[in-house]
Design a protein around this ligand. Structure first.
Ligand code: AMP
Length: 512
């Protein structure tokens, strides 16, 4: 088995890796690092969770040991599709770069331009950026890319999904031809292959576990549910409760950010310790939420795919698919949040009658049938799906005549007008938070909570709630943000009553 010492890394890096507690390189590290150290282009086909970040951070640190940065001319550039991933890569430089004196600058949306410009002015050894924000700085004339020696393009297939490829092509053309390029993607669709043919020079191809496989350490189960949101929420609560102490922490995935918001409010209302993450929350709120989840202050994190993509949360015991993902590949990414580094994990997917098509696609892709927890959809009691029928429906007794599992709740619901109750669930759960006199988070001047300040995905088609119009017309420090049209995977209207009303207890200030 290869050791880190055999990879050719410097003593300073080896000491940092040891201090981080890693003894053996992962396959992508063992495969990519030697080529990167030889200054070859690398095409790494690997997903998050495989140790891919260190496979470019470690050789970069090694190569940066010689030379120093000049003002506004970064020596290396890492492109990431989301702000969270960019911030995570920065954390990796902190971890592995403890014995180095390097300047790392992060250029992401939702943070003031001035602060980022100061960092660029000081000279950055490493620049980590999302494509939109990078180009905005470039257009403001605050950045020269002619000094970039190493370019890293991470999560390229995600970049494609999010409509970033034209930006990537533009950026590649702004960087000297003589650079070294390290390119990572979990999958290789035709557009990505084309990009690699255009911008990589005889790359060393390093491929590890395919994106279409799920870890053997994850127990996957399907759970039947009727279609209405209250049915699904009740099924989810029952599942969480049934797991008891086994459930250390969990990510609950929804397909739409509206549902993230609604489910989050419902869980809090039912006394669960939950937070939420979706693409319309500003950077500070997202980072704080994530940090609280990582630190164990929040047990449950309700998230959309775009917000959770690639997050490095090492020890998640459970993943719940409140909605089955529309893209089969997302299932693998979601499930990949648990069962990491050989640990065991559980993944439950709530399935309704209208999900069978997506479920079939997932099972086809992963090449296995997923077991049902408690009988498949045919065992579901007949339901009347009308608003008036209430949460469990009139016919909520099972075939055996038994009451639903959550009988107490059912009884309580019967005592109240149901439609009004659903309306109440829609209301911001934090309406009275100001009365608590809780400390408010510090928000950068140019950021307003709950509005789409991101430089990242902007959907092309205007939405009926005007959200797109708001996004497209939104300006940041005078920069018109309607030049680039991108697809947003949180592709639904902005949730009301969440962006502006994030509970203060979830925004315990942290240093980021
Ligand atoms: P990544 O794929 O870069 O998101 O890394 C996934 C997780 O693996 C992170 O928590 C890393 O800290 C961890 N990790 C990275 N390299 C190693 C290694 N050689 N051995 C064990 N864990 C690692």
């Amino acid at each position: 088995m290869t050791t880190f010492a055999e990879l050719g890394l410097s003593p300073k890096i080896l000491a940092a890796v040891e201090a981080a507690g890693y003894t053996t390189p992962t396959p992508i590290q063992a495969g990519a690092i030697p080529h990167a150290l030889e200054r070859k282009d690398v095409l790494g086909i690997a997903q998050t969770g495989t140790g891919k970040t260190a496979s470019f951070v470690l050789p970069m640190l090694h190569l940066l040991e010689k030379g120093r940065a000049r003002a506004r001319m970064p020596r290396t550039l890492i492109l990431e599709p989301t702000r969270e991933l960019a911030a995570q890569v920065e954390e990796n430089f902190v971890k592995y770069g403890v014995n180095h004196r390097i300047n790392v600058a992060l250029l992401i949306g939702g943070v003031s331009f001035e602060e980022q410009e100061r960092k660029l002015e000081r000279g950055a050894d490493v620049l980590i950026a999302t494509p939109g924000r990078l180009l905005d700085h470039f257009e403001r004339g605050k950045l020269l890319l002619t000094g970039v020696e190493i370019l890293v393009i991470d999560e390229a297939d995600r970049m494609l999904d999010m409509g970033f490829i034209p930006d990537i092509e533009r950026i590649c053309k702004l960087i000297p031809f003589t650079r070294q390029t390290l390119f990572f993607s979990a999958t290789m669709p035709a557009e990505i292959t084309k990009l690699t043919e255009q911008f990589l020079h005889s790359p060393a191809r390093v491929e590890v576990a395919k994106a279409s496989t799920t870890a053997k350490t994850v127990t996957q189960r399907l759970v039947k549910s009727a279609k209405k949101p209250w049915d699904k929420r009740a099924v989810l609560r029952d599942l969480i409760q049934a797991e008891g102490d086994e459930l250390k922490n969990a990510i609950i995935f929804c397909n739409r950010k509206m549902d993230v918001s609604e489910l989050f409010r419902s869980l809090v209302k039912h006394g669960f310790n939950a937070g939420a993450l979706h693409g319309d929350m500003d950077q500070r709120a997202r980072m704080t939420m994530l940090s609280n989840f990582k630190d164990g202050n929040l047990q449950l994190l309700v998230a959309s795919d775009v917000a959770a993509r690639g997050l490095d949360i090492p020890d998640v015991s459970h993943v719940f698919n409140y909605d089955i993902p529309i893209h089969a590949e997302d299932y693998v990414h979601r499930i990949g949040r648990t069962g990491r580094a050989g640990r065991s994990g559980k993944a439950f997917s709530i399935i309704t009658a209208s999900d069978t098509k997506h479920l079939d696609a997932i099972e086809k892709m992963i090449g296995e049938k997923i077991e049902w927890l408690d009988g498949d959809l045919s065992t579901l009691p007949a339901q009347e799906e009308t608003e008036e029928t209430g949460r469990r429906g009139r016919n909520s007794r099972g075939k055996n005549g038994k009451k639903p599992r959550d009988a107490k709740e059912h009884k309580e619901k019967q005592a109240q007008p149901r439609v009004a109750e659903e309306k109440a669930a829609e209301a911001p759960v934090v309406a009275d938070i100001s009365a608590l006199d809780a400390p408010q988070p510090v928000i950068p001047d140019n950021v307003s909570l709950g509005t789409a300040v991101t430089q990242e995905p902007v959907r092309p088609a205007p939405h009926k709630n005007g959200n797109d119009e708001r996004r497209q017309n939104h300006t940041q420090n005078g920069q018109q943000n309607n030049k680039r049209h991108r697809r947003d995977f949180d592709d639904e209207p902005s949730p009301l009553g969440f962006g502006d009303d994030i509970p203060a207890f979830m925004l315990i200030p942290i240093n980021i």
